[in-house]
Design a protein around this ligand. Structure first.
Ligand SMILES: C=CC1=C(C)c2cc3[nH]c(cc4nc(cc5[nH]c(cc1n2)c(C)c5CCC(=O)O)C(CCC(=O)O)=C4C)c(C)c3C=C
Ligand SMILES: [Fe+2]
Length: 414
């Protein structure tokens, strides 16, 4: 492979998160956006509807959907608690109902006679519906013996400002789609199919850039304006599966092919951030804001030179730069797949935006990925002055369902 091809492949993968690692059922593997003249007589052109709408992600496979797919434009994260009196029997019935619904939704089909028709006319729009189990689920269902060690509560970090009502939960559903109505329809359906078995504990709504908004596929930006996602591991990297997915032969066989999701609602202090001069903003991250290239030069995909000193004898990428502190090389190889959504929940009582990042990261073992990295960030990350961790949760996300299975069957019926 030539250098140029290599660079474009890495760029594409950075853009897509981990796109292309799992099959998208329709061949529109994100990015190849066609154009069409809209039929309103205005002469306006736009992405061909067939491209965004028809992209369908398979529900079944080795891993659940919603981990390896490109970031979607809309997301809903919802945690549920089992209702008083509900236990394993109710959980089995619930996961059956939710799995049946998710498979239909991801195929772009209505769900039952009471479907409200919110997504009528739209295709699947890359919809993914992902299910996870929180630590408390195992107490509620009498399955403590099958609770993975990896679900130990996350340690408290000194910078945490966590709201318990918006943290944790027995069950978690992550919904993502490239259309707001399709995502909302999935959310409504999940809520409806929940019936009396569970109660919503918290809900968070997020977004990312829409497919086709940029002239070429690019790594996403967050609400601070930074290119965010560059350093993500790629499915073609050696050890990618080992870092992200639970391997066969572990202590909890039902988690084979699964992953652990850490969810953090991280408020950005955007007024403070925006008041910071560009050079300081770039020093906080260790990368250029314009194109995400490391401060030591090159392009977005150039490896940062963490040893390079400037004329003043100081490291070009400062010692407290976020990208330095979080880099796998600085953390004994700790690697996670970050797949976030931005959020904006209006203006807070203090007049500043209640906005930031719904940080979601995926790993085979949070005690070897999120926890050590966050410990280090907590001690000395220059970004800490501009963010606030407000909610936290950890979920065990089982592998994808095989034909005829529902999600979690290997846990609930083994
Ligand atoms: C504990 C894990 C992490 C949290 C929490 C976190 C929050 C957070 N990050 C940004 C912005 C950027 N992060 C970047 C890189 C990066 N961040 C983490 C981990 C956490 N970030 C890792 C593992 C990495 C990759 C490091 C590497 O591989 O070298 C970057 C640089 C571009 C990139 O690689 O993505 C940005 C920008 C924000 C705004 C934020 C909380 C709101
Ligand atoms: Fe980060």
């Amino acid at each position: 492979m030539s250098d140029n091809l290599e660079i474009s492949r890495r760029r594409l993968l950075g853009t897509m998160g981990a796109a292309g690692a799992t099959g998208l059922a329709v061949g529109a593997a994100g990015g190849a956006v066609g154009h069409a003249v809209l039929g309103d007589g205005s002469g306006t052109t736009g992405p061909a509807l067939a491209t965004v709408g028809s992209t369908r992600v398979p529900f079944r496979g080795a891993h659940q959907a919603g981990i390896l797919q490109p970031l979607q434009a809309r997301g809903h994260l919802v945690a549920f608690d089992l209702a008083p009196g509900a236990g394993r029997k109710e959980a089995v019935a619930l996961m059956r109902r939710w799995s049946t619904a998710a498979e239909l939704l991801m195929a772009g089909e209505p769900v039952g006679p009471s479907d409200g028709g919110i997504a009528r006319d739209a295709g699947p729009c890359s919809l993914t519906v992902t299910f996870g189990f929180g630590r408390s689920f195992f107490d509620r269902t009498g399955l403590v013996a099958r609770r993975p060690q990896e679900l130990e509560p996350l340690p408290a970090f000194s910078s945490d400002r966590l709201d318990p009502k918006r943290s944790d939960g027995d069950l978690w559903v992550q919904i993502g789609a490239d259309d707001a109505l399709v995502a909302f329809h999935a959310l409504r359906t999940v809520q409806r199919e929940a019936g009396a078995a569970v109660r919503v504990r918290w809900q968070m709504n997020g977004f990312n850039r829409s497919l086709g908004a940029t002239a070429r596929p690019m790594t996403a930006r967050n609400l601070m304006g930074q290119v965010d996602g560059t350093g993500n591991p790629k499915p073609t990297d050696p050890g990618f599966d080992r870092h992200v997915f639970v391997a066969a032969g572990g202590a909890q066989p039902w988690m084979t092919g699964g992953s652990y999701a850490v969810v953090r609602r991280i408020r950005m202090l955007l007024d403070d951030w925006d008041a910071l001069p560009l050079k300081h903003q770039e020093a906080v991250i260790g990368r250029r804001k314009s194109d995400g290239a490391p401060l030591t030069g090159g392009t977005e995909t150039t490896e940062p030179d963490l040893d390079k000193l400037g004329p003043d004898g100081k490291p070009v990428i400062p010692a407290d730069a976020h990208a330095r502190i979080s880099a796998p090389e600085q953390n004994g190889g700790a690697t996670m797949l970050r797949r976030p959504f931005s959020f904006h929940d209006g203006i807070g009582p203090d007049g500043t935006p209640d906005a930031g990042l719904l940080f979601v990261c995926w790993q085979a073992d949070p005690t070897r990925a999120f926890v050590p990295v966050q410990r280090k960030l907590d001690r000395g990350d220059a970004l800490s002055a501009f963010i606030r961790h407000e909610a936290s949760a950890l979920f065990a996300v089982p592998g994808g369902p095989a034909d005829g299975e529902y999600v979690g069957q290997r846990l609930l019926e083994a």
